[in-house]
Design a protein around this ligand. Sequence first.
Ligand SMILES: *Cc1c(COP(=O)(O)O)cnc(C)c1O
Length: 378
Amino acid sequence: MRYETLTVHAGQKPDPAYGAVMPPIYQVSTFAFREVGKPGPFDYSRSGNPTRQALETCLAALEGGTHGFAFGTGMAAEATVLGMLRAGDHIIVHNDLYGGTYRLLDSVTARHGVAVEFVNLRDLEALRAAIRPATRMIWTETPTNPLMNLLDLAAIAEVARAHGILSVCDNTFLSPHFQRPLDLGIDLVLHSTTKYINGHSDVVGGAVVVKDAALAAELGFLQNAMGSCQAPFDCFLVLRGIKTLPLRMEAHNRNALAVARWLEAHPGVLRVLHPGLESHPQHALALRQMTGFGGTFSFRLQGGQESALRLLSRVRLFTLAESLGGVESLIEHPWSMTHVSMPEEVRAAAGITNDLIRISVGIEHVDDLIEDLRQALE
Ligand SMILES: *Cc1c(COP(=O)(O)O)cnc(C)c1O
């Protein structure tokens, strides 16, 4: 079946109990055993739940994997993947990524005796030079949040594979609609389903998809052992969101590109960071690796932080809020909001400056969005 069909049907046969067409919410903690030593297909909801299984099957299908795992948040998904590492292991992490991921690696993973090294993975020579005998994992995010830099996933996966190292890609910004890391050779693809996959800003969730049975067994063990799984009601909401993922992603992409082109021509705007623009330094890689650009991007204003804060105080339709990927348009200031968990010098070195604005372009009429930015930039 093709991807659009899978978003509606994967993992979602009519329910065996009553024929419910959509997966019911199995809001239960525990399941009756048939007799001593003979549980049914499920025994306890941390270990497995029919609503969660429907979502996990669907997620696996969309990413072209064999096994999917749903977590309580994106960070819970990340913590579970990092639970595969042991003291003495070394992990190479791209040096420009989501602030919460940075915080988890720098202040939790590192505390457990794992050597965490941040490297610019746009430079493959730097990646090769960083590999040690103890390197167990390479962690990527592309496009990066909020700078919209791209990593060449196929090239990184090839280096990882040649050294027997696991590769991870945080695919939150594009969703499987526009980028399929497993097809490019990545071992584990990860999401904050809070963003585009759910798409309605009404749930937090995370996901991991793999296509290797041994990896799947380890992740299933960790999800149960760590208790990081997603609750049945939230799984139901994410599944409901997925059904319109293809339609929403096309609308986000179209609106964001139109807004980016409009901003690029505005005299108050210094630079627009959007991989779909010809001015993006990695535009060619974007066309090769992605089938669209998503709905989130950043731009810098003339006039520094003062102009940025003025814009944020003047918008009416864009809501000043963290997060992204919902049907509604959001605007934020990474320097003081989403990326404060990165030390100031790390933010500055990465290029997250105080004149930078990030927007998540929703699916409203694009003329209303541009009108709002026009009046706010006046
Ligand atoms: C939001 C986000 C996360 C964290 O996900 P939560 O659902 O907020 O825990 C991880 N990676 C990226 C790229 C994100 O945007």
